[in-house]
Each structure stands twice: as structure tokens, then as C-alpha cells.
Design a protein around this ligand. Structure first.
Ligand code: PEP
Length: 244
């Protein structure tokens, strides 16, 4: 069985004006270009910075992603960005179904499913996020919730090339809390059975330089989706180095 290379993905969320965003991108790109990174790297800046960051990381081997896309290719959808636009701007990936969009923007599994189909139509790899709330975990429903989100959010046609899945417990995002290693391993084992062989599965939720190595050492964890710590080049790089 081929070895899955690890992927460390930075989700900048709604952070970054031009000057600090460019400085961050250039810093990470310089580190990537100077050595051989221990993993594949992906940065997902806000839409306003996608093209600038793409220019800053060109030639570094770092991939570029969007944070969302509309299901339609174009049209009367004020404020939205299509998968085709992201592709045209230099993206290879797009994050979809992040819990902040599921809870804050009312996205259902059906919405995410349509967006994943749009991403694939445009030739993008979809980074699909799933994860339970604190109440769902306490009710013993974490596995059931994640399984239902996976089956509802993925159209037919998933492959290890067009899909990355990120397990992101809602209660772990931005809180400093993380599940136990056993709990992460258990969810990843369940997801593995539901996904095409060799699909990369990331863990996301308060990953930092202090906890990255033990999380990334779990057999089914193929990398991390990193929010807050991706905004500091030192921290993002330390997480990437933890893959070594
Ligand atoms: C995220 O938003 O995808 C995330 C994992 O955030 P954080 O690392 O800040 O918890």
C-alpha cells in the first residue's frame, strides 16, 4: 500500500490584510524553499489575498486553497466566489463544510455536497470538514454524527486525489481543547472505512507546536488543518516539522 504523505494546511479564516498576509506567505515560502519540508503544505488565505499569496508562494511547492466556494459556476450570487474563480486564481484546493460555515451560515450536508461537486467540476481538491459538537460528543454521538456528515457531504466520485477529509470537533476549534489521542484515532478509524483507499484524513482543532507531534504520529492521521497557529510562521513551520 502506498504511503500517504502528510499534509499540513493553514486556514487563515477572515484574517490578514495585504502587508501582514504577504509577509506571512513569504516567510513560509522562504522556509519551504530553503529546505525540504517534512510534509506537503497548503495555505488557505481569505479571498482578497488568494492571488497575492499565490504569487508570493510561487515556486515554493506550497499549495494554495480557498476557504469556501459557491455551488454555481457564475451568476447572480452577490458576494460569493465560485470554484472556477478559485481555480483561475491559482488554487488547487478549497475548504468546504467548515463548522464555522455549517453553524454560522446555515450550511447543511446537502449544501456542502453541492459545493464539493462544484469544486470537482473546477478541478479542485475538496478539503471537507466534519466534526461533532460538545453536546453530541457527550451524548455518545460523535461517530454517528461524523459518519452521517461524511455520507451526506460527499457526492459520488470521491477519490484520494480529489478529496481530503478533516475531522474537526467543533468544541476543539479555537478553544485550546483537543480530544484524547484515543478519541482522535477512533474517529479516524471509522472515517477510513467510509472513504476511498488512500484518502488523506487530517485532524483539526487547536493543533499547536506543543501537541502536533503526538497527534500526527497516529497511524490514520495524515496531517492537520490548522487555524490560529497557521497565522504565525514559526508555529505553522513547527507543526510542519513535527511530521518528520
Ligand atoms: C480551524 O478553524 O479549521 C481550526 C482548526 O482552528 P484552530 O486551529 O484555531 O482550532
Amino acid at each position: 500500500m502506498a504511503l500517504r504523505s502528510k499534509l499540513i494546511a493553514g486556514n487563515w479564516k477572515m484574517n490578514g490584510l495585504r502587508a501582514p498576509g504577504l509577509a506571512l506567505a513569504r516567510d513560509i515560502a522562504a522556509r519551504a524553499a530553503a529546505g525540504s519540508p517534512a510534509c506537503d503544505l497548503l495555505v488557505c488565505p481569505p479571498a482578497t489575498l488568494v492571488i497575492l499569496v499565490g504569487e508570493a508562494i510561487a515556486g515554493s511547492g506550497i499549495a494554495l486553497g480557498g476557504q469556501d466556494c459557491h455551488p454555481k459556476e457564475n451568476g447572480a450570487c452577490t458576494g460569493d466566489v465560485s470554484a472556477e474563480m478559485l481555480k483561475d486564481a491559482g488554487c488547487s484546493h478549497v475548504i468546504l463544510g467548515h463548522s464555522e460555515r455549517r453553524s454560522g451560515c446555515g450550511e447543511t450536508d446537502a449544501t456542502v455536497n453541492a459545493k464539493v461537486a462544484a469544486a470537482w467540476r473546477a478541478g479542485l481538491t475538496a478539503v471537507v470538514c466534519v466534526g461533532e459538537t460538545r453536546a453530541e460528543r457527550e451524548a455518545g454521538l460523535a461517530t454517528a454524527v461524523v459518519s452521517a456528515q461524511l455520507s451526506g457531504s460527499l457526492p459520488a466520485g470521491a477519490t484520494a486525489d480529489n478529496l481530503v477529509v478533516a475531522y474537526e470537533p467543533v468544541w476543539a476549534i479555537g478553544t485550546g481543547l483537543t480530544p484524547t489521542l484515543d478519541d482522535i484515532a477512533a474517529i479516524h478509524a471509522v472515517m477510513r472505512t467510509a472513504l476511498p483507499p488512500q484518502t488523506r484524513m487530517l485532524y483539526g482543532g487547536s493543533v499547536n507546536p506543543g501537541n502536533a507531534r503526538e497527534i500526527l504520529s497516529l497511524g490514520d492521521v495524515d496531517g492537520a488543518l490548522v487555524g490560529g497557529a497557521s497565522l504565525k510562521a514559526d508555529d505553522f513551520w513547527a507543526i510542519a516539522e513535527a511530521c518528520r
